[in-house]
Design a protein around this ligand. Sequence first.
Ligand code: NAP
Length: 273
Amino acid sequence: MDVYGLLGNPVEHSLSPPMHEAAYETLDIDARYVTFEPDENAGARAVESAATLDVAGLNVTIPFKQQVIEAVDPAPLAERIGAVNTIDFSTDPPTGYNTDAAGVVRSFTHHGVDLTGDAVVVGAGGAGRAVAFALADEGLTVHITNRTESKADDLAAAVAASHPDGDSAVMGYGLDALPDLVAEADLLVNATSVGMEEDRSPVPADVLHADLAVLDAVYSPLETRLLDDAAAAGATTVDGAWMLLFQGVEAFEQWTGRDAPVAEMNEALRTRV
Ligand code: NAP
């Protein structure tokens, strides 16, 4: 039996175990998915221990996504983003991937969204980083807005530094730039925690429009104020469970080399969100 798991703190309410176990059951794979909750500074040591114990793969979440980099060989995208959320122990040293980025891209393509034009990313924290790198790599022009403007500028510079089109492909702003940017945008992603367990949106409703595709990374609740406003404006809406699903789908495919049973994983996730 193969053992996979999630490294995080806290992990108690994680939706990853039922999502991955649904995949094992569907494809008749002899595996289990468990959770590990080491001390907050023990991420790298936990990875070394997992390798010793023949764990096959780990997902990694807060607060360990940066810490574990020193214990793995990061794939190029994970190294550029500076965060690892998936570890494959079939190599020595283990390989670290970032599947949050692919999760964003696959969430949009699954909904038939054309990944061209201008994207506005609200937020420059962990989720914002993965989103900004992912969309810039797809060739979109990425406008990063953040409450703390200097963090948006720093993230834009980091993305531009590893992008062939440099500064013309990605730029940083404060939140006051949002209305003008959204009016001209094709894609909008909320990568802040605004809207989590609260009826509040980070984007004024009156700037949303029908030519926009809107992804909200927040998945609690699934139907956020932003997505409600976006739907009312006629925009395409993509909720945060899709991003969670497709980062898991990518991790599963990385570990097993098989196509993930997306529908079954989605059902397992959505019945528990
Ligand atoms: P993080 O690293 O702590 O970043 C938080 C971001 O939210 C920062 O940009 C912060 O701005 C901004 N923010 C916080 N409070 C704000 C407020 N009142 N007004 C405006 N901006 C505010 O967190 P994270 O890991 O990126 O997570 C962000 C959200 O994405 C969370 O809701 C998380 O659950 C969700 N998420 C979803 C997925 C998924 O798969 N669906 C994956 C990862 C994260 P400052 O820089 O100014 O503080």
